[in-house]
Design a protein around this ligand. Structure first.
Ligand code: AMP
Length: 283
């Protein structure tokens, strides 16, 4: 496995690879790699000649009061996980040279970036789309793999790629969950054992919703109320939002069908967790 730290050096390498006609699959991450990230790497491995993974804790997507400095950075284990999963190139940009010191250019997907998580985390998606576009320009992937765990992020990246005619296929991959149903996330590390038990209510509420919907429930309000009731009574859990929306434009839906997704964001203690259920996966 080759490791690159410099934007230009990697860009020169990917240009060379492209000339040989090899396909490039790309997985962008912030590290602290877990089975969720690994599932993206494995899918990229199956579908491409070359797999490139980036690990970069992107300062642009963190708000001033968020966890940028305490975000886990277990570089050695990330490197080993990549090696063990046959990654060809690991991109570990230097935090102080990835962006030019006088960086001034941003890309924003309007409207979609301002709702749901974007409302609670102003500027977050602008940071995400800017870093992803920059990474796309360095890596020049044929295919890029993103988890449905961050559903709004996936929708926004697909929209950016379509709007800007980027020659990249964006592939959404299933949510990987722990044995108890909790969606894997690097931020789960912040949870105390007690908080982890509380956090379970989020995935459980989605599972209960899934059961109701699978047995024929069509009303978004009924399902919303079910989830709200389950979560609003939990001590040490604060709902940020529950949204039942269209999977393309993220606008509120009244009736449930395959193209509906239920999004939840909630704080457990001071940790903000997100999870979702795409009805396509159960209907
Ligand atoms: P992050 O390192 O949190 O920025 O995530 C990098 C990529 O991994 C994103 O595309 C995430 O959606 C994806 N990812 C994170 N957690 C999971 C999970 N539990 N299942 C599937 N994909 C995930």
């Amino acid at each position: 496995m080759l490791i690159y730290r410099n934007n230009l050096e990697l860009q020169n390498e990917t240009l060379k690879l492209k000339k040989t006609g090899k396909s490039i699959g790309f997985v962008a991450t912030m590290g602290a790699l877990h089975q969720g990230h690994i599932s993206l790497i494995e899918q990229a491995r199956k579908e491409n000649d070359i797999v490139i993974v980036s690990v970069f804790v992107n300062p642009l997507q963190f708000g001033p009061k968020e966890d940028f400095s305490k975000y886990p950075r277990p570089r050695e284990s990330d490197e080993n996980i990549c090696k063990d999963h046959n990654v060809d190139i690991l991109f570990l940009p230097e935090e102080d040279s990835f962006y030019l010191k006088d960086h001034k250019t941003y890309v924003t997907v309007e409207e979609l970036s301002e709702i749901h998580c974007g409302k609670t985390r102003p500027g977050h998606f602008k940071g995400v789309t800017t870093v992803v576009l920059k990474l796309f320009n360095i890596v020049e992937p044929d295919r890029a793999y993103f988890g449905k765990k961050d559903f709004q992020q996936l929708v926004i990246i697909k929209k950016m790629v379509a709007d800007l005619s980027l020659p990249i296929e964006v592939i959404g991959c299933p949510i990987v969950r722990d044995f108890d149903g909790i969606a894997l996330s690097s931020r789960n590390k912040y949870l105390s054992p007690e908080e982890r038990k509380t956090a379970l209510a989020i995935s459980q509420s989605l599972r209960e919703a899934a059961n109701r919907i699978a047995s024929g429930e069509k009303s978004a309000k009924v399902v919303y109320d079910l989830i709200f009731e389950k979560l609003s009574n939990k001590e040490n859990l604060k709902i940020d939002y529950i949204a039942i929306v269209d999977d393309y434009n993220l606008k509120t839906r009244e009736n449930l069908d395959k193209n509906t997704v239920i999004l939840i964001a909630a704080y457990v203690g001071s940790t903000r967790l997100i999870d979702n259920l795409h009805l396509e996966d159960i209907l």
